[in-house]
Design a protein around this ligand. Structure first.
Ligand code: SAM
Length: 222
């Protein structure tokens, strides 16, 4: 998702108490419990778009800290605007490219990562930009705690097949996998719909999902 560039979006974002300013991001690694002022688990969504999913999750789960990550300020602006009448101390946003994620989160600092309807980057030469690619899995390996969890859902079957194929070379194994989430009574329990999920499921597209519990990540051996 890339909205037309909105003049002033960077300035509005910088003023929001929900957004960690870009010049402060590198100083967050290893300090997230201090930032939230509690020891609750940290769950992050990478590529949050306009933020419906993470906003709902933060409201429903006050004992979990949420960090939403979005690359484009024009998109993040929409999430920030929704927060103007809200008070959610367990939610923060970062405007950044997730390629830099190990700069902003320390080893084992994150309990759960959500990838929802990630951009497909259909050209082969762009495969490493896909958020469930092996290059990104290696980054997630560093920041996820032992027994941390990665959840990925999409309606794009080609991207999902790619994501599943990337698991073995990265040394990961899916604990749960479905090609039709919305017809799976068990997995649908507690499912929070994202903006893209609402849009594409209403068109009749089946939603694929995998869940991974990461038992033997590299940082777990530190
Ligand atoms: C297709 S949208 C999905 C939005 C939302 N997760 C949903 O399901 O409705 C993907 C979002 O991921 C963001 N994104 C893509 N690559 C990213 C990256 N490397 N770092 C941070 N955000 C990224 C895009 O800007 C876009 O807003």
């Amino acid at each position: 998702m890339r909205l037309r560039n909105i003049t002033g979006s960077r300035e509005v974002i910088a003023e929001s108490p929900y957004v960690i300013r870009e010049e402060l991001q590198a100083g967050c690694a290893g300090r997230w419990k201090e930032i939230f002022d509690n020891v609750n688990p940290i769950h992050i969504e990478i590529g949050m778009g306009k933020g419906k999913f993470i906003h709902t999750m933060a409201k429903e789960n006050p004992d979990i800290n949420y960090v939403g990550i979005e690359k484009y300020s024009s998109v993040l602006l929409r999430a920030v605007q929704k927060m103007e009448k809200e008070e959610l101390p367990n939610l923060k946003f970062l405007r950044m490219d997730a390629e830099e994620i190990t700069r902003v989160f320390g080893p084992r600092e994150v309990s759960r990562i959500y990838l929802n309807f990630s951009d497909p980057w259909p050209k082969d030469r762009h495969a490493r930009r896909r958020l469930p690619s092996r290059e990104f899995l290696a980054r997630y390996d560093v920041i996820l705690e032992q027994n941390g969890r990665l959840e990925f859902k999409t309606d794009n079957r080609a991207l999902f097949d790619f994501a599943v194929d990337e698991l073995v070379p990265a040394g990961w194994t899916a604990s749960v996998l479905t090609y039709d989430l919305h017809h799976d009574e068990v997995l649908m329990q507690g499912n929070v719909m994202t903006e893209y999920e609402e849009k594409f499921s209403s068109l009749g597209n089946p939603i694929c999902k995998y869940v991974i519990i990461r038992e033997n990540n590299k940082t777990a051996e530190l």
